[in-house]
Write a new protein. Sequence first.
Lengths: 340, 360
Amino acid sequence: MRVLSAVVVGLLLSAAPSMAQPAAARATTPEIPFDSVDFLKMPEGLYMGEAIGVATNSTGNVFVITRSGTSRVFEFDSNGNFVKEFGKGSYGYGFAHAVRVDYEDNVWSVDEGSNVVLKYAPDGKLLMVLGKRPDPIDQLDRMPGAAPYSGANRPYSFHRPTDVTWDMQGNIFITDGYTDSRVVKYDKNGRFIKSVGTRGNGVNQFSTPHGMTADREGNVYVADRGNRRIVVLDNDLNWKTTYENVGAPWGICVSQSTPQYIYSTNSSGTNLEVGNAADTGEIYKLALDGTVLGRFGKAGKGLKEFASTHTLDCRDPNTVFVAEINAWRVQKATLRSPSR
Amino acid sequence: MKRSLQLIVAAAAMAFGASVVAQSVPELNFTANADIVTLPAYGEVAGVATNSSGHIFVLARTGEPRATLGHERTFYHGGSQLFQFDQNGRFVREIGQETYGMTYAQQVRVDRQDNVWVVDAGSNMLTAFDSNGWFVKTMGRKPESIPVRPGPGMPARLLDPEPEPAGGRGRGASGPPGAGTQSESFNRPSDVAFDSTGNIYIADGIGTNNRIAVYNRDGNWVRGWGQTGSNEGQFDEIRGLVIDAVNNVYVADSGNNRIQVFDSQGTFKSQITGIGSPQAICMTGGPTQYLFSSNSNDPEGMENGEIYKVSLSGQVLGKFGRAGKVPGEFGMVNSLDCRTETDLFVGEVWNWRVTKVTLR
């Protein structure tokens, strides 16, 4: 009965940033009223698992990447009905981190276990593989648990990558990630152009760049979670500015509206410690220039509460899809006009 | 086709194996059916529970949790499965296959809405499914990776010993010992129970936390109590947790050889002794409720093994059974289910089986 205690003792847990103080904008920002539905319907015998990533395509279909036994990518229609699975049992799946849909409705998975980013056509056909799964035998001597920061900065391999985005020309940007600390740019054919970033809290540095999005001008917004800031880079990855008053950004998205808006989540930790949760869980709405326009939600497990939000989708700025680790669900939040 | 093996065990045959303190307790006559269900995958039965229509849910350790190579971290998954059978023991379905929190089965319980709750001590998670197998809720969370010791020919090679800053690495699995930490950081949770308002009580557990943690029906924190020790309100390996019709909480404090009774706020009321070490407990329904508690044998012996019937005031009313391997004997009972005072389901870790007991 005590056989497994060695496995359980001394475990390294999930990444969760310091949440010692609430976000600077928390007290001063108008609260946005909203409604929410938990609407995705799984087929019998298939389970959502930890909702790690969510994205929508141009027709409103919803894509979710989850952690179950391994990573899985599911597609649902706009009513929440299950459509299909992408890449079941793929070698590129180990430990899910993000799913995104590009401007041509291709579906991209980012997996921090296999270090592989996959591009699928809308019909599920595999179109591109970025990154290389490490040789498992080479990994044996690294088995004392979590890998350290590598700073390897290689052109075509990643170290626990976290997110992917694109500009209007189809260039590919990848945040990499937990054990590298950089943003990498490729052209639309997957050829390496440039990478920027080392670990730290200064200029051109990141501490767990956990998510990323890009606006129509090609500016890149990096959720620099460990440094509790959003970093703005131009299209050539030059450092522009930071937004530092919205807590620790776990997930970030830009709407496809005019004007465009940013949503950023100051998520609760995966253990939902109440002392921290009271100052976390809310999602901020920002203008592209960093002005905080409003916030909604709080930490918790009920409807309209968010249990460790991992990523966001906000194609329509008033319909925000919220993927939650600890509630195994995706909420569709419909925002109304801010109350004053 | 299932063999039907009914055993009549006479009270007089039970002269040895019972604990000294219990010798004055009357023996209860019972029949045992060790073939009530046939598991689709064999393994240690950690939990058994029934729902309101008599369906039987069996949580079993059907394999070892698997670590996955070829990553920068070592993940673990798999190891346990949950099976549903109808009231006649016919297999209905597997539930929760391939999900995140099924690594080392510890207990299964059914709440008042017939949701099925899996308590997993390997992932430190609870996962609830409804009576049709659909996902309902999780509590706690499996650690994302585990440290693995280097072995012969496998030297540890730390490329860069610099610790990761905040945000790069998370917390440990367990909170501080006891003290009712306001979190879902469980350390080998062992059981779950529900009060009349739908609050969720989690026994946490057989690790170092030794606390009862209470959450509302959404899963948000309400209160907690307990720490390691032997005084009132202290615990040494909590192995079971049940709640009566007026929301008193009964905690199987196995290392202290007692069941402690609290009100719903966690205020100590009384303790029940004379039942050996409670390794599994259940609470009957009906207007007059009873407790059953198993003084299970340990893995290296056939001492004890008897199951006690106790009134809610703490009077030991009777006992039945003994440790052993053959049908009608009990091997490391880890789970009891008793919707009525005559029909019990017994989950046996040692014997990889569910035994249905009928008391007469």
